[in-house]
Design a protein around this ligand. Structure first.
Ligand SMILES: CC(C)(COP(=O)(O)OP(=O)(O)OC[C@H]1O[C@@H](n2cnc3c(N)ncnc32)[C@H](O)[C@@H]1OP(=O)(O)O)[C@@H](O)C(=O)NCCC(=O)NCCS
Length: 184
């Protein structure tokens, strides 16, 4: 995966700013991670919190490498961090996406806006050709948000993740770079 150039950040959508994760994000992420509604979901959130904590302890560690990009999601109108997302390389031209928002902000279309932004970041900024996502079968919000960003259902991955002692079946979804964007 190409390195994400810092001048491409923050990435702005109508209502969100998406920037590289920083060490001082860890308190806000800790608060979000402790929300009850986020328990039992695929633990992308733990990754963001772990990275922010690592960045706080060691300023030389990086939120963007050739294998993973970890990003904070900021609400433009308040300037507050409301979530995190990431792209993890699955090969030279592919990455798996993960994202989460504070449950206080669910249901306002931010998840769909973020899913679309992740495809723009993946395809246009990182030059990827394929993005993948695993979504727990009962996570209708995420499946619908990804569908709006162009992700299509590929397969059912039985017992894909084990969370809190329970195996989760997941939908496996793929988005492919549209032909009109194929400039690299
Ligand atoms: C997934 C997540 C980012 C969605 O965020 P969001 O801001 O609520 O998403 P949106 O408001 O854009 O809504 C997405 C879709 O869910 C639908 N939705 C809203 N409430 C719903 C509910 N209670 N049940 C099912 N679908 C619901 C919306 O109508 C919308 O679909 P539509 O536009 O086709 O009508 C958020 O729920 C989240 O952070 N969840 C926890 C972490 C997670 O699941 N991450 C994804 C792992 S793959």
């Amino acid at each position: 995966m190409k390195l994400l150039k810092s001048e491409a950040m923050p990435f702005a959508t109508d209502r969100l700013l998406i920037r590289l994760l920083r060490g001082d994000d860890h308190l806000a992420l800790e608060r979000i991670s402790s929300e009850k509604k986020l328990a039992g979901l695929i633990p992308a959130r733990n990754r963001a919190l772990a990275t922010a904590t690592k960045l706080a302890r060691n300023p030389k560690s990086l939120a963007a490498t050739e294998t993973a990009v970890e990003l904070a999601v900021i609400l433009k109108r308040s300037g507050k961090l409301i979530g995190a997302c990431d792209l993890s390389a699955t090969g030279q031209t592919g990455a798996d996406v993960g994202y989460m928002l504070s449950s206080r902000h669910w249901g306002y279309g931010y998840g769909s806006e973020l899913a679309v932004a992740l495809t723009d970041i993946g395809f246009s900024l990182l030059g990827l050709r394929t993005l993948t996502a695993f979504v727990a079968v009962d996570n209708e919000r995420s499946r619908r948000a990804l569908h709006k960003a162009g992700f299509l259902w590929q397969a059912l991955a039985r017992r894909h993740s084990r969370i809190a002692g329970r195996w989760l079946d997941c939908h496996y979804l793929i988005a492919r770079k549209p032909h009109r964007l194929r400039s690299n």
